[in-house]
Ligand binder design. Sequence first.
Ligand SMILES: Nc1ncnc2c1ncn2[C@@H]1O[C@H](COP(=O)(O)OP(=O)(O)O)[C@@H](O)[C@H]1O
Ligand SMILES: [Mg+2]
Length: 295
Amino acid sequence: MPACSECLHARHLASSRASSSKRSLCSSSRSSKPQLAKQLQSRADRLQQHAAASSSSSSSSSAVAASPFSIDIQGLQLSLGPDGNKRRILKSCDLKVQRGSLHMLLGPNGCGKSTLLRVLGGLLYPDSGLVQTDEPSGFVFQNPDHQVVMPTVAADVAFGLGRYVLPEQQVRDAVEVALQLVNMQQFMHRATHTLSGGQRQRVAIAGALAEDPKLLLLDELTTFLDVEDQFGVLEAVRAVTHARRDVTAVWVTHRFEELAYADAASYMEDGRVVFTGSPDQMKARLRAMGANGIS
Ligand SMILES: Nc1ncnc2c1ncn2[C@@H]1O[C@H](COP(=O)(O)OP(=O)(O)O)[C@@H](O)[C@H]1O
Ligand SMILES: [Mg+2]
């Protein structure tokens, strides 16, 4: 079974960073095992409530923290590269993202989108600036073949939970909840190699969701997908943020048609966020920049 050590490492690191890790003015810390067990239980309870009220459009009952922003970044600077030859990649970068939204991040290749995502997930630490984010976070990357590594869907979604000592029933519940959130519950016992690319991406997202993240970091997930799968994955992510108003998704993309699914979007250039607005405002800006194919 192919496994990209970098992606797996990142998936684990992102969701297991040490509680002692310090980012400037970090808002909260990683859960301990008993806390995770409690979170998973409370999420199972919430899902039951959600299922009971599934026809209602009201949001989940989970508490929403005082700030409306799940991400608040100000003046973020980050240099990367070998010692003595470091290059400034993020240059006084600012970004605010509303909690419970699907926020898209666009910009030319090399402008720093993936680097910013890694800072948001705690995989990279800023040289200076303020970084406040909801935690924990979960990453999903471009290539599902590098992330979906277990023989069955259920085993893959449970994979990340394996490092906690959790009662079996709790793991089963967490897997079920995560698969329901991405509308893949009917595939629970399927062999992962029989799934389409989009279904595999939804399994990868469920794997991240199983650990009850508050921030989903999604880096060009639809690059390898056909149109049907592309929109299926987008639908799933939007459904997660709408069903769970305390979960925020940051979606990096270069496919402008995906803006139709966004609550808001930001555009990056040369290490900075240069524009944030509604999807329509973003489309207007892209048109003004001469981008093709903006409907
Ligand atoms: N570990 C690294 N060391 C040095 N330069 C890096 C490293 N990671 C990324 N970069 C550089 O940072 C810039 C931004 O990269 P990236 O965040 O991947 O851009 P994007 O995702 O927008 O295409 C690029 O010029 C890239 O070469
Ligand atoms: Mg990138």
